[in-house]
Design a protein around this ligand. Structure first.
Ligand SMILES: [Zn+2]
Length: 172
């Protein structure tokens, strides 16, 4: 075996170290799967099917591609948690969701980002320039999450609402 020159060993060592540290590598974007976006503890507990039909799955994909994935990109290493994604009619009733909820049509998800309050996350989304129909930030007493929706059926309104502990919704 031919001996490698010392400079090559140094170069190889440096590349291995850079690789190990993740330098010069783009962070692999977090994937949002339909399975994750339709996972429901309530559905599991009650034995309800929560598989999105094709139309809802398509709406979910549009929400991911146009809002959720670009938002994750902007948030960097702070991973978005989905606290409630797609809901079948039965699951929506079981969780006390409003009838006609955009969770049923696959057009909205509830999200949280660890280390960020709902108000801060809502402000981050509205100032990002990303398209969305509604952003609703919930008071901690009402879940402390952000409801995010996107539609392909009409223009997205970019409306921001606050859901206070006392109930109802207020425009911000
Ligand atoms: Zn919601």
């Amino acid at each position: 075996m031919t001996r490698l020159p010392a400079w090559l060993w140094v170069a190889l060592g440096a590349s291995a170290l850079a690789l190990a540290l993740g330098l010069g590598r783009k962070r692999i974007p977090r994937a949002f799967t339909l399975a994750e976006l339709s996972k429901s503890g309530t559905a599991q507990r009650l034995g309800l099917d929560n598989t999105p039909p094709p139309g809802a799955a398509e709406a979910m994909r549009a929400l991911v591609d146009n809002v959720l994935a670009p938002l994750q990109e902007l948030l960097g290493s702070r991973d978005i948690q989905i606290t409630s994604g797609y809901r079948s009619e039965a699951v929506n009733r079981a969780v006390g969701g409003v009838s006609g909820s955009h969770h049923v049509s696959g057009e909205s998800f509830d999200i949280k980002v660890p280390g960020m309050g709902a108000k801060e996350l809502a402000a981050f989304i509205t100032s990002s320039g990303l398209p969305f129909d509604q952003v609703i930030w919930y008071a901690p007493a009402r879940g402390g999450h952000v409801h995010l929706s996107y539609t392909q059926r009409r223009n997205n309104r970019r409306a921001t609402l606050y859901a206070p502990a006392s109930g109802g919704y207020r425009t911000v």
